[in-house]
Design a protein around this ligand. Structure first.
Ligand SMILES: C[S@@+](CC[C@H](N)C(=O)[O-])C[C@H]1O[C@@H](n2cnc3c(N)ncnc32)[C@H](O)[C@@H]1O
Length: 210
């Protein structure tokens, strides 16, 4: 594929995603939860059942998993729990102006255990910065993994990041497929962090524009 074709495809995909998000996302004062890498929706459907007042969106890259997640939500009669095929980085880039999440869930993201693949891990400095611009102050990011090295790397990254602070809140019991496996192995690590009051580039831009 040529560079031009690749860029044209990316632009078309993002334009379609922007359009889709305008249709799907709620406007107004409602608590909004995003699960990144929701897989088959095991967690999010259960979460949405106990949080009927929250708008819930699960995203993943794999259509088959999303179809299973949608079936679960439909069977449970949930209209406030939606699933969408999207790459997290692109979803954040394509959110409507002013749309901010209250809570982000990332459970068992692909760990990319080999050192030369660490650059593919989702939770790293660049992504945490992008995320900080798309959430309300005091938003929670909940992360769980069975990969000790990934866990340590994210803890270090959060500790150094100007916009996020680790908290010891552990609100959720995760019962996804991966959590089950982890439970059997008896090793898992979980933490939440909170978006603090530090300004982001977006905050600064908004202030300049006012
Ligand atoms: C290891 S699975 C965990 C699934 C689920 N959270 C669970 O615990 O059962 C990781 C999931 O993240 C999805 N994923 C990976 N990178 C992603 C990205 N950049 N944006 C959205 N989803 C992603 C994968 O398709 C996969 O379904």
């Amino acid at each position: 594929m040529t560079r031009e074709t690749y860029e044209a495809q990316t632009a078309a995909r993002k334009a379609a995603l922007r359009e889709k998000l305008l249709q799907l996302l709620p406007t107004g004062e409602i608590y909004k939860t995003l699960e990144i890498g929701c897989g088959h929706g095991h967690f999010l459907v259960r979460y949405a059942q106990t949080h009927a007042e929250r708008f819930c969106l699960g995203i993943d890259l794999i259509s088959q998993r999303l179809a299973a997640a949608e079936r679960k939500a439909q069977r449970a009669g949930l209209t406030h729990c939606l699933f969408l095929k999207a790459r997290a980085e692109e979803l954040l880039e394509c959110l409507p102006m002013g749309f901010l999440w209250n809570e982000i869930l990332v459970f068992y993201p692909d760990p990319w255990p080999k050192k030369r693949h660490h650059k593919h891990r989702l939770l790293q400095e660049k992504f945490l910065s992008q995320l900080a611009q798309c959430v309300v102050p005091n938003a929670r990011l909940h992360f769980e993994t069975d990969d000790g090295d990934y866990f340590e790397a994210v803890c270090d990254c959060v500790a150094q990041h100007p916009n996020w602070e680790q908290t010891d809140e552990h609100l959720y019991t995760v019962d996804t497929l991966f959590a089950e496996k982890t439970g059997r192995n008896g090793k898992h690590a979980v933490f939440a962090c909170v978006r603090n009051g530090e300004q982001t580039a977006k905050d600064t831009t908004e202030q300049v524009c006012v």
